[in-house]
Write a protein that binds this ligand. Structure first.
Ligand SMILES: C[C@H](N)C(=O)N[C@@H](Cc1c[nH]cn1)C(=O)O
Ligand SMILES: [Zn+2]
Ligand SMILES: [Zn+2]
Length: 477
């Protein structure tokens, strides 16, 4: 590979950008929300659309059924897309992972534009659900393949692809496929590359060598046989919502401190060597405030903020099913409410140890209430944290690609979010896993007005393609 070849590839990426944006527009228009039963056909449609795109680029694709969704047996899990492009035994093989499902979104949540219509403003911000998480990055790989083909530049590696449709729901069903195919479909993979997280700020790219885990729970409180009139029955009955609010309020304090006994003891102590990793990272409190959308940071300095994102656990309260939440003043006592919360876990927290402590805490808190209602504690899904060795050629290749495209050395980060399969790939395939993000800290993944900047999409496509060349091990002077 000569610089000339990469230059030609880059030029074709620039020339094809309108087509690449149209590709993203088509993808965003399919509301592939994995957590909503009614949207399951759209998730399947999205997998089929992606398969057709890959086949049109010359790849072979299988949409592998994953069976019924555990606990919701009336639903089929969306298929896992297993794709391949290239079969040259003299080339390295890179396994790409991404997801084609998205978080829920409704215009009424507060979106400025329709979430499933890609809307581009005069700053080049491309708004739409899934634009940054994770449709833009997944399409970045397809764009890279297409720009190579149009430039007449041979792909320097074989590609394996694993794109799933349940990532936003704990990657249900995927672990078994990875285990059973570790010596089958995945056997040729030399390394794994995933583009599904974000830079720390808006200017400097990063390589990511860890994610936090996510243990997701629900607490169901029920009692009255039906919803009640609060004037007629208020003060006469134990109210499920009152019980639930007490329990939810006992989990975490407003400073983010987890109030469950024993959790802190599970966290790996901070060593001097690790503490020294945070100060050199290019990140400011201003970056944080910009991505938060307001000055609501808990921690007053950059290093504490970084550590609480990357290496300490957190507990977040997500919502209450069954609660009265629409505008107006309905005087109802809800008969059954389900509170949802999750713990982001870090080394050395084991899934089952955390669950035992959380369950015990919830039972104790409920017992203290002496309520006549019923309480049910449920595990919704759990995925463990992952940390990788960044001193591997996979990371060196990505760092060179960042330098080539962006002219800077990337920061080395750990992601606060979770990608459950990172650990499964590492353990089952025994291969190095790299996270190579495309989007920036202001993209608002999972939030209203999610976006991907045109610059990140197009330069990110260049980055993914350049990474393949450096990962191929070719001379790159
Ligand atoms: C970082 C990645 N793009 C992402 O958003 N992951 C989700 C995955 C998830 C959902 N439930 C549990 N894990 C996340 O971190 O919330
Ligand atoms: Zn994602
Ligand atoms: Zn996500």
């Amino acid at each position: 590979m000569t610089p000339h070849h990469l230059d030609s590839y880059f030029k074709h990426v620039d020339g094809l950008q309108d087509k690449f944006i149209d590709r993203l527009r088509e993808a965003v228009a399919i509301p592939s929300i994995s957590s909503e039963d009614a949207r399951r056909p759209d998730v399947v449609k999205m997998g089929e659309w992606l398969a057709a795109q890959i086949r049109a680029l010359g790849g072979t694709v299988e949409l592998r059924p994953l069976g019924r969704q555990p606990g919701r047996e009336h639903l089929d899990l969306p298929p896992c897309l297993l794709g391949r492009l290239g079969d040259d035994p003299t080339k390295r093989t890179i396994l790409l992972y991404g997801h084609y499902d998205v978080q829920p979104a409704q215009k009424s949540d507060g979106w400025a534009t329709d979430p499933f219509t890609l809307s581009i403003d005069d700053k080049g911000r491309m708004f739409g659900r899934g634009s940054t998480d994770d449709k833009g990055p997944v399409l970045g790989w397809l764009n890279a393949i297409e720009a190579h083909q149009k430039a007449g530049v041979e792909l320097p590696v074989n590609l394996l692809m694993c794109f799933e449709g349940m990532e936003e729901n704990g990657s249900e069903g995927l672990d078994d496929t990875i285990k059973s195919e570790a010596k089958g479909f995945f056997k040729d993979a030399d390394v794994v590359c995933i583009s599904d997280n974000y830079w720390l700020g808006t200017e400097k790219p990063c390589l990511t060598y860890g994610v936090r885990g996510c243990n997701y729970y629900s607490v169901e409180i029920s009692g009255p046989g039906q919803d009640l009139h609060s004037g007629v029955y208020g003060g006469l009955a134990h109210e499920p919502m009152t019980d639930l609010i007490k329990i939810m309020g006992s989990l975490v304090d407003p400073d983010g401190k987890i109030l469950i006994k024993g959790i802190d003891e599970l966290v790996a102590p901070l060593t001097d060597a690790e503490a020294a990793l945070y100060p050199p990272i290019a990140f400011t409190m201003q970056d944080l405030h910009q991505s938060l959308g307001n000055e609501v940071a808990i921690h007053g300095n950059k290093n504490d903020a970084l550590m609480h994102k990357m290496r300490y656990p957190s507990l977040s309260l997500h919502g209450i099913e069954g609660a009265f939440y629409t505008p107006g003043a309905k005087t109802v006592i809800p008969a059954k409410v389900i509170g949802k919360f999750s713990v982001r876990t870090v080394p050395n927290m084991e899934i089952d140890d955390v669950t035992k402590l959380v369950h015990k805490h919830v039972e104790e808190q409920f017992a203290k209430l002496k309520s006549k209602n019923k309480m049910k504690f449920n595990i919704v899904h759990c995925g463990k944290w992952w940390v990788e060795n960044p001193n591997h050629w996979n990371y060196t290749a990505a760092a060179k690609a960042v330098e080539r495209v962006y002219g800077v050395q990337p920061d080395m980060t750990r992601e606060g979010g979770s990608i459950p399969v990172t650990l499964t790939f590492q353990e089952q395939l025994g291969k190095n896993v790299l996270l190579l993000p495309m989007g920036s800290s202001t993209d608002a993944a999972h939030s209203i007005n999610e976006k991907l900047d045109k610059r990140n999409y197009i330069e990110g496509t260049k980055l993914l393609g350049a990474y393949l060349h450096y990962a191929a091990g070719e001379p790159t002077s």
